[in-house]
Ligand binder design. Structure first.
Ligand code: SF4
Ligand code: SF4
Length: 379
């Protein structure tokens, strides 16, 4: 495994590949979900054996069970790994909630300290109203002095320029976690800014919410050279950015872990010339980004039962990868199994309020469903 300085402020060395613990294997019984620890514990421990030292979890992940599953798995080697979790800003109503949420995470993780405690999913308004308004930086500073957290961090979902505002006003931030991948480079300039200020930077969604995990000819289309699996190209591209210290991947099985470990262990995931060339070529394929859905599912559950991430994902196969038959099949199967579409929409607006990508979901559903219907049902 390759290790990088996690910025210059934190003083930590982080593995180039981090374990995003939002998609651990789960099982459902009587409508209740739990993490399948018979699978997740060996997977997380194998990741540690293979050199991963950064495990990122959060309250909402895996039906609120991720923190406790991760805590149990890393317990035997707790001091050898870096644990990251997050305070859910939407739930926070007053300054005292900071400590309450932190203590909850410590209990769930069964640990005395969190290595990187993030203000979760900040945008400018939340930062101004809550982090500054409730004086939460003082709360964070106090928790750090008491040894309950080792580093103060934030994750981010807003227009890129808000990052500058947050970093400059935040002062004490040591690392940030942002969306970054081949299809969404909007944070690139601010990633360089954060890095120049000494912050460590971890990237989430390096394979674009799964979109770049599909087999395509993208590498040869971009480079005119032989083939490279698209997921690997995507991971190499993220780690080829010298300002990114770690790419988080939500690995669900051993095969996926081992594939990613190979990339994370490569000294030079992409050299500077390759990285530039691929980035430039990609600019020409801007239409890839005409619908940027990460598959995060924050827009779910839709009260009308519309599986928005699934419909958008089918469209991506059509529009981005030109896998038209696959896209048509996916959409046809969805509707055949009774999956609802825009015509069932109750116009409650929940999805659009929740979408971190600020998509005009209803408008996009109309456009996307019409495009998918025109593809017809493959024979
Ligand atoms: S606006 Fe429509 S699509 Fe969005 S959550 Fe409400 S019912 Fe579902
Ligand atoms: S919340 Fe937005 S980005 Fe996330 S799955 Fe729904 S539409 Fe896609």
């Amino acid at each position: 495994m390759q290790y990088r300085n996690y910025g210059s402020i934190s003083g930590e060395k982080i593995s180039a590949l981090g374990f995003g613990c939002m998609r651990l294997p789960e099982v459902e019984a009587d409508g209740k979900w739990r993490v399948d620890e018979e699978k997740s514990t060996p997977l997380l421990r194998r990741a540690k054996e293979l050199g991963v030292n950064y495990f990122d979890t959060g309250y909402y992940y895996c039906h609120h069970n991720s923190e406790s599953a991760v805590g149990k798995a890393v317990k035997p080697f707790r001091s050898d790994v870096l644990l990251s979790t997050k305070i859910p800003m939407g739930e926070l109503k007053e300054a005292g909630d900071y400590r309450r949420w932190l203590e909850r995470s410590l209990r769930e993780l069964d640990t005395d300290y969190v290595d990187f405690y993030h203000f979760w999913s900040l945008d400018k308004t939340t930062f101004d109203d809550k982090v500054i308004g409730f004086k939460l930086l003082d709360e964070a500073r106090k928790a750090k002095e008491e040894g309950l957290i080792r580093h103060i961090s934030f994750s981010f979902h807003d227009d890129a320029q808000a990052i500058r505002h947050i970093i400059d006003r935040g002062e004490i931030f040591e690392t940030m976690l942002v969306q970054y991948n081949l299809l969404d480079r909007s944070n690139e300039e601010m990633i360089a800014y954060a890095s120049a200020k000494g912050l460590g930077v971890a990237a989430m969604g390096p394979v674009g919410g799964g979109r770049l995990a599909a087999p395509t000819e993208l590498y040869s289309r971009l480079t005119g050279k032989g083939s490279l699996p698209t997921y690997e190209l995507a991971l190499r591209f993220v780690l080829g950015n010298p300002h990114i210290n770690c790419a988080l991947s939500g690995m669900q099985d051993l095969a996926m872990l081992e594939k990613n470990i190979r990339v994370g262990s490569d000294e030079t995931p992409l050299n500077a010339a390759e990285w530039q060339q691929i980035g430039d070529a990609l600019e020409k394929l801007r239409r890839f980004s005409d619908l940027y859905c990460t598959g995060c599912a924050y827009c779910q559950p839709c009260p009308a039962g519309i599986d928005i991430p699934k419909i958008f994902s089918a469209y991506t196969y059509h529009n981005v990868y030109e896998l038209h038959n696959h896209a048509a099949q996916m959409f046809a199967e969805y509707t055949k199994k009774g999956g609802n579409t825009l015509k069932s929409c109750k116009n409650c607006g929940f999805c659009e309020r929740k979408c971190p990508q600020h998509l005009s979901i209803r408008q996009e559903l109309a456009r996307v469903e019409s495009a998918l219907e025109k593809l017809g049902v493959p024979a």
